[in-house]
Design a protein around this ligand. Structure first.
Ligand code: IPM
Ligand code: MN
Length: 352
């Protein structure tokens, strides 16, 4: 099969971790007889430095022409410390989500048997956790009307949702639940927010189309608590943009390492695959960052964008093997030998 993949390495450790995923994908292509055509394009601070724009039109064209996008990370400290900067790397990310129509962010949370004690949570709480948070990604307060009034002393951000936006995301949630544990949790704040009441009403009306799925409705504050108390009681959770942003960071703690968690963003035009971690600027260029989250995002890409399940499984198997054999970067090495980012990538490719 011919696979056209856009490669957006981005900032910080992005290029290093993406390099390892490319090695792994190329090894998979050789083993399974595929031909990958990679097209690199600029995003984030790297794109601002080069062309003054964090998501240039030329990058958008590359993404639109591709069958899938593999993404590293975005963000640079020189912008974090400057609240007056008018062009920021994160704007690129939001623009990309909107223009590619990446309406659903899929973040699985699971535990690795060999790393279960890395989690700050007790083993008996997290064992067996296998949940998916489905975060709406192109609506809500992230994209609503915002501004200042009263000479700048009053600020506002608005949260808006349409029924269509809720249906589109919830449909995906129901379908995923059908393929998994048949449980769906709609996370909202319907005791306070009108948008949440629209979410709840819309999801309730869809229940009849999925009689096998057990649906629960829970307030986001309660979910924030239960997610770390009994994560293994959840299967698929659906939620709006900002709640999802917060809950997915919280959920990453369960697995014990941000460096391991992949994600996908399902789009109207094309889908994007990226690690959930950020650009980790302190580690940039040092060849120490954990590449596994990006490698596992590539596994999601084979499965979800190309329906190549065996290829995805082959990646997951070799990742588990590297963890079991201790071929890991310093964040996971403990007292044992820490391997470089590039060494982990080489080892994975060789073992495929
Ligand atoms: C994420 C990030 C982004 C978000 C930031 C960088 C804009 O935190 O992908 O979760 O808030 O969506
Ligand atoms: Mn976030």
């Amino acid at each position: 099969m011919k696979l056209n993949i856009a490669l957006l390495a981005g900032d910080g450790i992005g290029p290093e971790v993406v390099d390892q995923a490319v090695k792994v994908c190329n090894a998979i292509a050789t083993k399974f007889n595929h031909e990958i055509n990679w097209t690199a394009a600029l995003t984030g601070a790297a794109a601002i430095d080069a062309v003054g724009e964090p998501y240039p039109d030329s990058t958008h064209e590359v993404c639109m022409a591709a069958d899938a996008v593999l993404f590293g990370a975005i963000g640079h400290p020189k912008y974090d410390n400057d609240p007056t900067a008018t062009v920021r790397p994160e704007q690129g990310l939001l623009k990309m989500r909107k223009k590619l129509g990446l309406f659903a962010n899929v973040r699985p949370t699971f535990t690795f048997p060999s790393l279960i004690d890395n989690s700050p949570l007790k083993r008996e709480r997290i064992e067996g956790t296998d949940l998916i948070i489905l975060r709406e990604l192109t609506g809500g307060i992230y994209f609503g009307e915002r501004g200042r009034k009263d000479n700048g002393d009053t600020a506002f951000d608005t949260c808006t949702y349409t029924k269509e936006e809720v249906v589109r995301l919830a449909k995906l949630g129901f379908e995923m639940a059908m393929q998994r544990g048949k449980k769906l949790c709609c996370v909202d704040k319907a005791n306070v927010l009108e948008t949440s009441r629209l979410w709840r009403q819309t999801v309730q009306a869809m229940e009849k189309d999925y009689p096998e799925v057990t649906v629960s409705y829970e307030f986001v504050d309660a979910v924030a608590m239960r997610l770390v108390q009994w994560p293994n009681s959840y299967d698929v959770l659906i939620t709006e943009n900002l709640f999802g942003d917060i809950l997915t960071d919280e959920a990453s703690v369960i697995s014990g390492s941000m460096g391991l968690m992949p994600s996908s963003s399902i789009g109207v035009h094309t889908s994007l695959f990226e690690p959930i971690h950020g650009s980790y600027p302190q580690a940039a260029g040092k060849d120490i960052a954990n590449p596994l989250a990006t490698v596992l995002s590539a596994a999601m890409m084979f499965e979800d964008a190309f329906s190549l399940k065996a290829e995805a499984e082959a990646i997951r198997t070799v990742v588990n093997k590297s963890l079991a054999e201790g071929i890991v970067t310093e964040d996971l090495a403990g007292k044992n030998k820490a391997y470089k980012t590039s060494e982990v990538g080489d080892w994975l490719a060789k073992n495929i």
